[in-house]
Design a protein around this ligand. Structure first.
Ligand SMILES: Cc1cc2nc3c(=O)[nH]c(=O)nc-3n(C[C@H](O)[C@H](O)[C@H](O)COP(=O)(O)OP(=O)(O)OC[C@H]3O[C@@H](n4cnc5c(N)ncnc54)[C@H](O)[C@@H]3O)c2cc1C
Length: 530
C-alpha cells in the first residue's frame, strides 16, 4: 500500500543508523519529533465534491486525499501537518484514448479543470489542485500501463504512458530489453510523467535523457489527437515531440509513448574513486566526458556529501576502515567520492573503466573498488525512504538542481551552498548542505544540491525556512545563467523564475501553443506558465 503522506510503500522503511542520528545532531541540532496528522483526521478535512457523478469517476474522499499533493517540501508540510487547502473533486482512471476524450467533453460541460497524474512524484507542485480554480478532476493514468508492441528490429517499444518504472522494465526484461531510464523516483514515476517533465535517469550519460529515448507516440488534446511517428531523425520543420516534452500536462494527455530500447547489458558495475578534493574530481569528470569515454554514470559528490553518504550508510566498521586507509594517503576531510558506472559488453566496460580511471589517476584519483558502488546500487531506489525517517525524527530535506557550462559549475555550486547557509542563519538555525554533479555532459554538468535542517513546531515556520533557502538558491543559479531546473521541471515552485530563462517572447510562445491546443484552459491551470 502506498504511503498517503510520504515516499513509497508503507511496508518499506529505511531506518536511520544510530551513528547517523548523532552525526545530524552535531551538524544541525536535535530534531523535533512533531506528530503528523493521522489519515482519518486528514480525511475529515476533504470537503464534499463539487462534481456531478459520472461513470468513470471516483468521488471517494480517500482517493481525493491520495491525489491531493505530490512530493515537494510544501506538499509534505501540507499532508503531514493538515494544511492541504485544495483537493481534487474527483479522480478518473481512463483506460483508453476514448475515455480520455470523454473526460474532455465532461470537463467542458461541468467547468472542471483536468490534472493529468502519472505517479504523483512531482517535487515542484505539478499535480496540485489550486484553491482558486473551479472543480478539479485528477486524471490518474495508472490503468494505461501495458506494453503494446516491441519492434525488436528497430529496438522500439510502444507503451501506454501511465506505466511506472518497475512495470515498464519488467515487461521489457522478459523480452531481453531495457529502457535504462532510472530516475531516483523510478519505483513510482511513469513514462508519461517523465516525458511531461523532461526527466533524466541516473544513467542518462549512457542511455540518454527522456528526450533522447522518446521516439514518438500519441497524445489527446482538447482540440483533437496528435500522432507522432517514430522517426530516427527528421528535417521536416520543428520537432513536434518537443512541444510535448516538458509540457507539464498543459498541452494534452500523452496516452502512448514509443521509446528507444536496448538489449539488457551483458555487464554493469559501479566503482568508487576518491579524489583529494571536489575541484580535482570535477576536472577528471570533465576530461572523461570531453574525451567521450563510454562510461554510463559519473556522479561526483562534494566533500560534505561524501561525508554524509558514508555517515548515513550505517556501515560504521567499513566506513571507519576506509577512513583510516584513505587518510594514510592524504584523502582526508576534503575528499570527494565519484561513483563511476560502466554498462555494456565485457570489452566495452573493460575499456571504459580503464580509460576513465587512467584520467582519474592523473587528477589524483584513487580507485577504491566496487564495494561502495555496490552499496550505492543496492540503495539507489531505497534512499528516498530515508526522507520519511528523517521527517519523523524532526528533520526536513529538500533539493535544488540546475545545469550550467563547465566554466560556471564550481563557482555556482559553491555560491548555491553559501546562499542556502546564509538564508537559514537569519533564523538562527543551522543547515547541512551538500552537492553532487549528477549528470555530466561534454559542455557542462548538472549540480544537485541537498539541504537538511530541523523542522519547526509551527508548519509555517518550516515553510518560511524552506522558502528563504529555496529562493536564495534559485536567485544564485538564475544570476549565474544556470537553468531553473535540469530535471524536475517548473510546476508551481519554479514558475516565478522561468521568465529570466525563457524571456518574454519565449513565455508567449509557450502560452500560444497552450492556447492553440487548449483554448478553454481545461488542463492543469497555473503550472509551468500562469
Ligand atoms: C524521491 C524522488 C526522486 C526523484 N528523482 C528524480 C530523478 O532522478 N530524475 C528526474 O528527472 N526526476 C526525479 N524526480 C522528480 C519526478 O519523479 C519526475 O518529475 C517524474 O518525471 C514525474 O513523473 P510522474 O509520473 O510521477 O509524474 P507526476 O508527478 O504525476 O506529474 C508530473 C507532471 O507531468 C504531467 N503528466 C504526467 N503524466 C502525464 C501524461 N501521461 N500526459 C501528460 N502529462 C502528464 C502532470 O500533469 C504533471 O504536470 C524525483 C522525485 C522524487 C520524489
Amino acid at each position: 500500500m502506498r504511503r498517503w503522506n510520504g515516499w513509497g510503500d508503507e511496508a518499506t522503511h529505511y531506518p536511520l543508523p544510530e551513528s547517523a542520528g548523532r552525526f545530524l545532531e552535531t551538524k544541525v541540532g536535535t530534531g523535533l519529533r512533531i506528530p503528523d496528522v493521522a489519515f482519518e483526521r486528514a480525511l475529515v478535512a476533504v470537503p464534499p465534491s463539487r462534481l456531478p457523478p459520472y461513470q468513470q469517476l471516483s468521488l471517494d474522499p480517500a482517493d481525493r486525499l491520495y491525489h491531493a499533493r505530490g512530493q515537494s517540501l510544501p506538499d509534505w508540510v501540507a499532508l503531514r501537518q493538515g494544511r492541504v487547502e485544495a483537493f481534487p473533486d474527483g479522480v478518473a482512471y481512463p483506460a483508453s484514448d476514448e475515455a480520455v476524450r470523454e473526460l474532455f467533453v465532461y470537463a467542458k460541460r461541468t467547468g472542471a479543470r483536468l490534472i493529468p497524474y502519472g505517479g504523483g512524484t512531482s517535487v515542484v507542485g505539478h499535480i496540485n489542485p489550486r484553491a482558486i480554480d473551479s472543480p478539479a478532476l485528477t486524471i490518474d493514468l495508472s490503468r494505461l500501463n501495458r506494453l503494446i508492441d516491441l519492434d525488436l528490429t528497430s529496438q522500439l517499444a510502444t507503451f501506454e504512458a501511465g506505466v511506472c518504472g518497475p512495470d515498464l522494465e519488467r515487461q521489457l526484461k522478459e523480452r531481453g530489453c531495457t529502457l535504462g531510464h532510472f530516475p531516483q523516483s523510478w519505483e513510482l514515476s511513469t513514462l508519461g510523467g517523465w516525458i511531461a517533465t523532461r526527466s533524466s535517469g541516473q544513467q542518462s550519460y549512457h542511455y540518454g535523457r527522456i528526450e533522447d529515448l522518446w521516439a514518438g507516440g500519441h497524445a489527446e488534446t482538447p482540440q483533437g489527437p496528435i500522432d507522432l511517428p517514430p522517426l530516427p531523425a527528421s528535417a521536416a520543420g520543428p520537432d513536434l515531440r518537443h512541444f510535448l516534452l516538458g509540457s507539464e500536462g498543459r498541452y494534452g494527455i500523452i496516452t502512448r509513448a514509443i521509446v528507444r530500447v536496448q538489449r539488457v547489458p551483458e555487464e554493469e558495475d559501479f566503482h568508487a574513486i576518491f579524489f583529494h578534493d571536489w575541484a580535482s574530481g570535477a576536472s577528471a569528470v570533465r576530461e572523461i566526458a570531453q574525451a567521450g569515454i563510454p562510461v554510463s554514470m559519473l556522479r561526483l559528490s562534494n566533500a560534505r556529501e561524501t561525508e554524509v553518504t558514508l555517515a548515513l550508510s550505517g556501515k560504521d566498521q567499513l566506513v571507519g576502515l576506509a577512513d583510516r586507509g584513505l587518510r594514510l594517503f592524504k584523502y582526508d576531510e576534503d575528499r570527494a567520492l565519484l561513483i563511476l558506472g560502466v554498462t555494456g559488453g565485457k570489452a566495452l566496460t573493460h575499456y571504459a573503466y580503464h580509460e576513465a580511471t587512467a584520467i582519474a589517476r592523473r587528477h589524483g584519483g584513487f580507485a577504491a573498488g566496487k564495494t561502495i558502488g555496490q552499496l550505492w546500487r543496492k540503495s539507489r531506489f531505497l534512499s528516498p525512504y530515508l526522507r520519511n525517517t528523517l521527517w519523523e525524527q524532526g528533520y526536513a530535506l529538500d533539493t535544488v538542481e540546475t545545469a550550467l557550462p563547465w566554466s560556471k559549475v564550481e563557482p555556482t555550486a559553491l555560491a548555491i551552498q553559501a546562499a542556502i547557509r546564509e538564508a537559514l542563519q537569519g533564523f538562527n538555525e543551522r543547515v547541512l548542505v551538500f552537492a553532487h554533479l549528477s549528470h555530466v555532459y561534454a559542455d557542462g554538468a548538472s549540480v544537485y544540491t541537498t539541504y537538511l535542517w530541523r523542522r519547526s513546531p509551527e508548519p509555517d515556520q518550516t515553510l518560511a525556512h524552506w522558502q528563504a533557502m529555496k529562493h536564495a538558491a534559485s536567485q544564485v543559479l538564475i544570476a549565474s545563467g544556470g537553468t531553473i531546473s535540469h530535471q524536475h521541471g517548473v510546476g508551481i515552485d519554479h514558475r516565478p523564475y522561468l521568465a529570466v530563462e525563457k524571456g518574454m517572447i519565449g513565455l508567449q510562445m509557450i502560452e500560444a501553443v497552450r492556447h492553440q491546443l487548449d483554448p478553454d484552459r481545461l488542463l492543469n491551470p497555473g503550472k509551468l506558465v500562469e
